[in-house]
Structure formats: C-alpha cells, structure tokens
Design a protein around this ligand. Structure first.
Ligand SMILES: Nc1ncnc2c1ncn2[C@@H]1O[C@H](COP(=O)(O)OP(=O)(O)OP(=O)(O)O)[C@@H](O)[C@H]1O
Ligand SMILES: [Mg+2]
Length: 647
C-alpha cells in the first residue's frame, strides 16, 4: 500500500518534470529567435561568459575580513569566494579565485578567451573533482539555442549573412562571431533553397553524459592517438552515397564538435603527443578547428580546460619546441590543502559520500589531517614543522608567554610551490577505510589511524627521505601532539563545569593582575575586604607557561592592556581571549586533576569514590564529546599507558 503511494508520488514528479521540459523547449525560425533576443540580449553569449555567469549567479562574496580565518591566513588580501564551490572544496580559495579571474577576463573577451586554462597539481588534489563540478555548472544553466539538427549545436545567428551583420550589430549591440558549419550550410542550400529565415531553430540543455556542450578528451598513447577524437571523421559507409567533399559524409562527433558552446576538457593533457595538442591550440587561438577530410575550418566557441600533474608538466616544459603551446596556457596551481581544519572537512565530505557507517572517534580526522599537512610543508628556518602547521591553520602558537609573532606571508614566500608534494587525500582515505575494516568494533580512533598510517607509509612510500620524515611525524611529532590533545580532553572530562572553572580562574587572575599593574587593591569576594594582589596565586598561573622572575611584570602589563583594548572596542572577553593565558589556565586545570586522573585511569581496581569519578568522566566523554563506549575505552587505555608516566 505504502509502496503504491510512493510510486504515485513519484509518477506525479515524473509528469511534472516532463511538463516543464516540454514548456521550455523552443522551436521556431530566425524571426522568432530575434524577438527572443529583444527581451534578452544575453541569449547568444559566448561560452566563457555563459560559464562565468552561471557560476557567479550562485553568489559571490568577499571573504569576511573580520573572520579570524581571513584575518590570520589571508591578511590584507581581498579574496572573493564563490558560493558555487562552498561546502564542496576546502582550503582552495586561492586556486578558485584564480580560475574565476581567468573566466572573468575571458568572458569579457580578453586574451584569456583565447587561452587554455591548465590546472596543475599533485595527485588527488581535487583537479578532476573541480573539473566535474565546473562542468556540472553548465548543466545548470539555461539551455542553448541552436540550429536544429546541427551536429555542433551552432548559434542561430550564424545564419545571418556577413553583409547584414554590421546592421545587426548596430541594432542589437551583439557582435556575431563565426560562420555556418559545413553541414548546416549544405542543408540550407539543399533543403531551404538558401532561405536562411526558414532554417528551424531549437533549444537543448547542456549535458556531459549526453555529450551536448561538454566534450572530454581522455589521454591517449601515441599508437591509439587519432585526431578524429577531437574533430570527428568522415563516415566511410556514406562515401558510397555521397562524394568525398559532400558534408553529409562528415561525422562531427569529436570532442571539439561536442564541446562547442560549452567546455572541452583535456584529461592529463600532456600525456598526449604534441601533434595532438596543436589542434587544441588552433581551437583557442583561431577559434576554429579543422574539418575532417578537406573541408574548411569550422568555427568553435568553447572553454578549453586541461589538467595534469607536475611531473608531466615539467617534462613537457623542458622540451622547448613546445614554446608556442606554453604561451597559450594559463596555468593555475591546485596544490594540496595546507590547513588542518579545512583538510579534515575534505575527509568528512568524502566519508559522507560513501556508505561508511562506522564510528569516528573525536580527533581522528584531525590527526590524519595533521599528518597530511605536515607531509606537504616545506621545512623552514624560522619555525619547526608543527608550529608552521598550526600557524597555517590560524592557530596561535605560544612561546615564552607570548603569541609567536611570525608573518605567515613570510613563511609562504620562502616556500613557493608548497603543497605540490606530500601525502594525498586518497592516501588518507585509504587509511581510514583500512583502519575501519581492521577494527572489530567498526570504529576508527586517532590511535588506530596512526597505526595504519605508519603501516601504509612503510609499505607505500618509496623515497627513503620522505618515508623517514613521515615516520618521524607519525612516531614522534603526532604522538606527542595527540597526547597533548588527549590530556586536555580527559582533564576537561574530569573537571566538572570546566568552562566555569576556567572562567573563574580567568576573572580572578585579571582582577589581581590589573590591581598589580595599577598598584591598587582587590576586593576579596568572600570578606569584601580590600586586599593586596595575590602574588602567589598569579605566579601559580604564570608558571604554567614558563613565566617566572621579572618577565611576570611584563606579562601582567601586556594582558591588562590587551583586555582593556578589547573591551574598549566592545569585543567580548572570556577566558579564551588571550591565547597565552588560555594555555596557562588549561595547564593549571590539568595539573589540578593530574593526580586523580593518573590514579583513576591507571588503577586496575578502584574504590567506590574513584569508581564514581571514573564513570562520570567516561560519561562526559560519551555524552558530551562524542565518543562511543568502545572508543572512550581505547583512548583512556592509551592515556593510561602514555600519559602521567613521570609522576
Ligand atoms: N581541497 C579539496 N576540497 C574538497 N575535496 C577535495 C580537495 N582535494 C581533494 N578532494 C577530493 O579528493 C578526491 C580526489 O581528488 P581528484 O580525483 O579530483 O584529484 P586529482 O587532482 O584529479 O588527482 P589525479 O592527478 O590523481 O587525477 C576527490 O574526491 C576530491 O573531491
Ligand atoms: Mg584526476
């Protein structure tokens, strides 16, 4: 019964879909088309503009400059972001902005409209995904009008003879580019006695699968390479019926024919033989492609997109006979993501797309993502790898009681082409899959992912330098970093009302520091008495981040000034506002429960009080932090074995 209802509902949807399809489809002749243009001069726009318009129509924003990410990572740069890519592509704003800049200039018929856009990046950096997404944009845009039955869906305005074009342009302010294809020309003559006002015009949507307005050229080796893939061929079976120069023998089904009006994509473009690429260059530069056989060139209007990885590109570039081609390419690097939190979003997206239903313990994707980013960073003399990773992620790094002041742009400058090497997204996804299938409990934890990553690196990373560096990251850097994260997490779970306690410490500290700086007194919250600032209390916080002796005074002055300036600007102030103090407070709270953490997590048999404390902690991990019973057990065991060893 309920099935029936579902099918009813769906049939209705089908009918509705059919209706809208029917209604949309235009059918007419030149006169009808011209009256359409009168309402919308945009209809005959060229491919680059069509693509640019449909992508930007989803929304364009300036990156929110007040946001922390923008401020720290893009400081000063006025970066535009495009809604069409949001939620799908992460940490790629710069590449996307460059791609869109290309499309914009091309849509204004600048030199870019006669260039190939080449995406260059390492394996698994999202080039293919990006291409797919861009092609899909075309499928969303309005259908194109074209001469009915034209194998290359050409623009109906091509019907207008050269001698009338200037008048047309004066009237409509539309410049007509291109001439009829040989097939339409032949038809016009034979079927319509050259009366171009009678040629039928219709409308089709773009479709990658339907090969309408989207042509794809897969890489081909020298042997199987045949230019017919690009420009179509002569149909041998028809050569019996028609003479060789009769356009009816043409099969215009090559990528440039199919992709006319839209996009032609060259997959791994430089795997192709150079001769093959000349057609690509002609297509951009002359806006026409050869006809199969001996016919004249055929007008082509389309966006030519290509992608490849760096090794192929370098090989190609080194052969300097290729200069003519190089000159016609706009290269956009698509490096790996270098922001830990954005990288983790990629994994989340990919997991969401799969049938994956296991449990992912907190910080698992973060740890995997840290590894990926670390592997991609170039070494710097200014900072160690972990610090650089954090800075790139917009995190404050505390050193000697102050936020480390390093300009990210300097780090970027000294490491040009960063992100073009390292561990790929796919490598990490494989590790997540394999950690999951190894697990008896259908879960992945930071601990199991690290184990699998180590295994995978040993098995799959061939270059010895890289392998050692990666193993060092996994074995040392990330081991320690994860323990830090875990210790904080367990402390939080132990301290009831963690945030309140932290906030109380913070307020208390500020009161005393401020009084100290102003040589004033503090009102005791219990006795209401005015008392001198509590040196011992302040020191107990400061020593957490290694501030002792005379540097204390500076620290107190700094923080008081910082808080005042924030308050003056009307900003909200809480215990997380000043990174060094936040770290000190966290550390203070951690050490306050260190003893009990150690005893309770390590001991095999707990007394009643310890048991209840333990259960409370586990409960918090599960209820509030998103662990499962099994993953909580695993990380606690790990903490017991690895933390608190020295006490
Ligand atoms: N920055 C990113 N944002 C979102 N998804 C990404 C990003 N980088 C990679 N991916 C995802 O990773 C997967 C692999 O990427 P893709 O196949 O597009 O890589 P590629 O650059 O074409 O690699 P190859 O050179 O091996 O063909 C895709 O599913 C893609 O969605
Ligand atoms: Mg690819």
């Amino acid at each position: 019964m309920s099935n029936n209802k579902k099918s009813d509902k769906f049939l209705k949807l089908i009918n509705k879909h059919k209706e809208t399809k029917k209604k949309e489809k235009f059918s007419g002749v030149l006169a009808d088309y011209l009256s359409l243009l009168e309402e919308n001069y945009d209809i005959p726009k060229l491919a680059h503009k069509r693509l640019y318009d449909v992508i930007t129509s989803e929304g364009v924003s300036k990156m929110d400059k007040s946001s922390e990410r923008s401020h720290k990572l893009f400081g000063g740069e006025e970066l535009k972001t495009y809604d069409y890519f949001q939620g799908q592509f992460f940490g790629m704003e710069r590449s996307l902005a460059k791609i869109m800049r290309f499309l914009r200039s091309a849509s204004l018929k600048g030199e870019e409209s006669r260039q190939v856009l080449l995406l260059l990046g390492p394996v698994g950096a999202g080039k293919s995904a990006l291409m797919e997404h861009i092609k899909r944009a075309l499928e969303k845009c309005d259908s194109m009008y074209h001469i009915e039955g034209c194998p290359i869906n050409e623009e109906p305005l091509h019907l207008i003879p050269r001698s009338l074009r200037q008048e047309f342009q004066d009237l409509y302010n539309i410049k007509i580019e291109g001439d009829l294809c040989p097939v339409c020309r032949h038809r016009l003559k034979e079927e319509f006695n050259n009366d171009y006002t009678q040629m039928p015009i219709s409308q089709s949507s773009f479709s990658a699968r339907g090969r309408r307005g989207v042509g794809v050229v897969p890489p081909m080796d020298a042997n199987s390479q045949d230019v017919t893939v690009l420009i179509g061929s002569e149909d041998i079976s028809k050569l019996d019926l028609y003479s060789e120069d009769d356009p009816r023998v043409l099969s215009l089904n090559g990528a440039f024919n199919v992709g006319n009006r839209g996009i032609v994509e060259f997959v791994e473009v430089f795997k192709n033989e150079i001769e093959f690429l000349h057609t690509m260059i002609t297509a951009t530069q002359e806006k026409s492609v050869p006809s199969p056989g001996k016919g004249p060139m055929i007008y082509f209007d389309g966006v030519i997109l290509a992608h490849c990885n760096e090794a192929e590109w370098n090989k190609f570039k080194s052969e300097n006979t290729n200069e003519a081609i190089l000159d016609r390419i706009v290269r956009v690097n698509v490096p790996y993501c270098l922001e830990v939190s954005e990288e983790a979003k990629i994994y989340k997206k990919l997991l969401g797309l799969s049938d994956f239903d296991g449990h992912i313990a907190p910080h698992t994707l973060e740890v995997a993502s840290m590894f990926a980013v670390l592997s991609r960073l170039h070494p710097s003399n200014k900072v160690d790898a972990l610090t650089k990773m954090k800075l790139y992620d917009g995190k404050d790094v505390i050193e000697k009681g102050t936020v480390k002041k390093i300009d990210i742009n300097d780090l970027r400058d000294e490491a040009r082409d960063e992100g073009m090497t390292g561990i790929s997204t796919r490598f990490i996804m494989k590790a997540i899959d394999s950690a999951l299938s190894d697990s008896e409990k259908n879960m992945v934890t930071p601990i199991s992912i690290r184990d699998v990553l180590i295994k995978q690196v040993k098995e799959q990373v061939v270059a010895e330098d890289d392998r050692n560096r990666y193993l060092d990251f996994l074995g040392k850097t990330l081991h320690e970093e994860y323990l830090n994260i875990l210790e904080k997490e367990i402390t939080k779970a132990f301290v009831s009302a963690y945030d309140e306690q932290a906030e109380a410490l913070f307020n208390n500290y500020l009161d005393h520091a401020e009084a100290y700086v102003n040589m004033a007194t503090v009102k005791d919250s219990v006795t209401n008495e005015e008392i001198a600032p509590d040196e011992q209390f302040m020191a107990s916080i400061e020593e957490q981040i290694g501030i002792t002796g005379t540097s204390r005074e500076n620290f107190r002055v700094d923080i008081t000034a910082f808080m005042f300036s924030k308050l003056r600007r009307g900003d909200k102030v809480d215990w997380k506002s000043y990174a060094p103090l936040k770290e000190a407070i966290e550390s203070k709270l951690t050490s306050s429960v260190k003893q009990i953490s150690r005893i309770v997590t390590k001991s095999k048999s707990r007394d009643k009080k310890q048991k209840s404390k333990y259960n409370e902690m586990v409960n918090t991990l599960i209820e509030e932090y998103g662990y499962s019973e099994d993953s909580a057990e695993e990380v606690i065991k790990f903490a017991a074995n690895n933390l608190w060893r020295d006490s």
